[in-house]
Ligand binder design. Structure first.
Ligand code: IPD
Ligand code: CA
Ligand code: CA
Ligand code: CA
Length: 267
């Protein structure tokens, strides 16, 4: 008999906590740092070890499940049928290396393309954000309230400063007026953390020109569960099998930014 969502969830919570403990014990040790696509695209032995840790656990307990992981030890996935775990072993690797904070483990679990379980673990603060679709979002067991509407002028919006560079995916002539009109902007360097900050109301929106599925798979389940909206910059649904621009926000605010600043995606 296939495992229930509750069973999968119990293991996922246990494994993410165990993975967090492994990351914490790595702090005093010397990291092995290498680069991937460019000199600032960093990866460490810990990113790789944590991804392999999840894969071993999942393969052993749930051999029929598929795994999509950033570091490439999982399966090559062409469709989202069955149960698929989408894993970022360390989201915010640059912060992990330079700051030993502002990073998280992100695990999204999808069934036939629908997000069922999301876990984002802020290892340093020992804060586990968790959602089971339809059952609400919690932080260390405490329920998070639904997101309430808020206007642009009272909002804090997370965005990476790269927007000042000419970028076809995120034209600066669209973003400059938004930056002018919002209460404040922030940039934390971890998409998963930025997602849980939207879910927990610490910030009101997050806009970014390019993310991979493992950066947002868990976070969007939480935001949508709380009544927030997750799309690309044109207001279209996100595709979990490729890179996307990502725009998540409180209800109302998402519609206002899309209409007034992103011109309903007509650019
Ligand atoms: C990165 C972080 C960062 C975002 C990048 C991601 P990584 O993930 O989420 O905030 O701007 O696009 O690649 O590589 O640290 O897992
Ligand atoms: Ca990376
Ligand atoms: Ca990431
Ligand atoms: Ca990563």
């Amino acid at each position: 008999m296939p495992a229930t969502i509750q069973e999968i969830d119990t293991y996922a919570k246990q494994w993410i906590k165990e993975a967090g403990e492994r990351i914490r014990t790595s702090f005093p040790k010397t990291l092995n740092i290498t680069t991937k696509s460019n000199p600032n695209d960093l990866v460490t032995n810990i990113d790789q070890e944590i991804e392999r840790f999840f894969i071993e656990k999942i393969n052993e307990r749930f051999p029929e499940h598929k795994i999509l992981g950033e570091e490439g030890y999982g399966d090559s996935i062409e469709k989202l049928s069955g149960i698929v775990w989408i894993i970022d072993p360390i989201d915010g690797t640059m912060n992990f290396i330079h700051q030993q904070r502002n990073f998280a483990i992100s695990v999204g679990i999808y069934e036939n393309g629908t997000g069922k379980i999301g876990l984002i673990y802020d290892v340093v603060h020992d804060e586990l954000y968790h959602v089971v679709k339809g059952e609400g979002v919690t932080m260390n067991g405490e329920k998070l309230p639904r997101l309430e509407e808020r206007g642009v002028s009272e909002s804090i919006v997370a965005m990476n400063a790269m927007w000042v560079i000419e970028n076809r995916r995120l034209p600066r002539e669209l973003l400059a007026p938004l930056v002018r009109d919002v209460r404040g902007t922030r940039s934390y360097g971890s998409a998963a953390m930025e997602m849980v900050y939207v879910a927990s109301g610490r910030i009101d929106a997050y806009i970014t020109p390019r993310l991979s599925p493992w950066d947002f798979a868990a976070g969007i389940i939480m935001i949508e569960e709380l009544g927030g909206v997750a799309t690309n910059l044109r207001g279209e649904p996100l595709d979990l099998l490729k890179e996307n621009s990502v725009f998540v926000a409180k209800p109302g605010l998402h519609e206002e930014i899309l209409r007034k600043y992103l011109k309903d995606g007509k650019w």
